[in-house]
Design a protein around this ligand. Sequence first.
Ligand SMILES: [Zn+2]
Length: 491
Amino acid sequence: MKYRLVGIMAMAIMLFTACAASALNSDNPKNRIHQHQIARQPEAGCSCNGEELCTHLPLVIIETEGQEIPGEPITDENREEIGITTTAEGEKMLAAQISIMSTDDRNHHPSDEPDVESDILISIRGNSSRYFNKKGYLIRFTDDQRNYQAKEVMGMAPHYEWALHGPYLDKSLIRNYMWYNIAGEFMDYAPNVRFCEVIVNGDYQGLYVMTETITNGEDCRLNISEPIEGTANTGYVVRLDRGSRTPMKNIETFTNYALRNYQTFNIEYPRSGDLTPEMIQTIAQDFSDFEKSLYSYDYDTDDYGYYHDIDVQSFVDYFILNEFTSNYDAGWLSTYLYRDIGGKYRLVVWDFNSNCDNYRAYASDPRRFEMQHNVWFYMLMKDEYFTDQIIRRYGELRESYLSDEYLNRYIEDVLAYLGDAVDRNFEVWGNTFDPEMDRFLLQPAQRNLRSHEEAVRQLKQFIKVRGAWMDENIEVIRQYSHESKNKKFNH
Ligand SMILES: [Zn+2]
């Protein structure tokens, strides 16, 4: 009897383990690659004599032959931005060369034979990050005639366009890498990412994250339809932010002119060269139609319901991940949506640098909800079904990808993988821990952390407090769909 009981218990434990494991695996049809789990580890070592930079991470070398990379902000005497720098020829992007060493069977050095060598166009990218000393770059691979050319980069599917993001304000260095990868486990798409170290014109620039830009590719990234020639039909990506520097890409939609949203929409895909005026008009109209029905009295009816236009799961997951991390740019800045021909809108996560307590105090309180105030979500939350979905899915994710155990382990594993690359990064950027730098980073001054260890502790501590508070209070969001709150909208 005793043995039978032990047997049954053992069986129960096995079943439980299998179920828990499948909860983590079954949501991962894309077999997301997490670099730190499969790539060369720091302890693999190297037999070189240490006379030059030696790293287990991929190494990126950019050469501009002495020319300045364009995209630096130009400001007037009041420090208001009045433009950005261009090349000597007045171009937004500079022709340059890139070399990438990224094979996993050895460490990498500047003198190694590159795995990828190419002409590129390069510019400084970002909004507020454009002002940081550590620059982020937009890179487009080209042939020697400056035609875009797709390249596989560090095992990521071939594409011509990449963002080279240099963690700076995020002193843990891992926020974007971590949250994009975790989002990629349960959302339809999140940009793929790989850590690397970067040298520009012979100067070591520290740790970067090679990142897929949110756009379409041939059988990669968003996998939506390309523009159909001779028609205005196309899959498309729009972004809510401060607008594009290419004015034709900026569109006005219902929430702009109804003053529900003071940011700017711009078309991110198709790219400018493929966009016709008819296409721009069609995209703006299509998006406006969705917003109009969402903000109408019929927003939840069978005929006009929002659920005909959006992938509810995508909006629910986007809400949860950004709310869980208090990533309050989401929903008004760096907010990307895409729609295929005949498909539904889906959201893509982007920019987690200021999340998890790494911003001004007012945006970092772990004891409140915020996403319900943002455009679209303001209306979606009025529907009990939508709110229900958030509560249900939140519980599910807290048992898997958003559990304290999973996230703490993830942070530890990523840091173990980065190894001494963290120290090399702060040999160049350690001045960000200096109180002298505070006025350029976070205000008030005490928001700035003094070491990498402190930054990691902040990230972990936030997750712990935030998760516990949300577990306790998630039901509170039902108030936003309560009858008393939105009688005038419901029937
Ligand atoms: Zn070496």
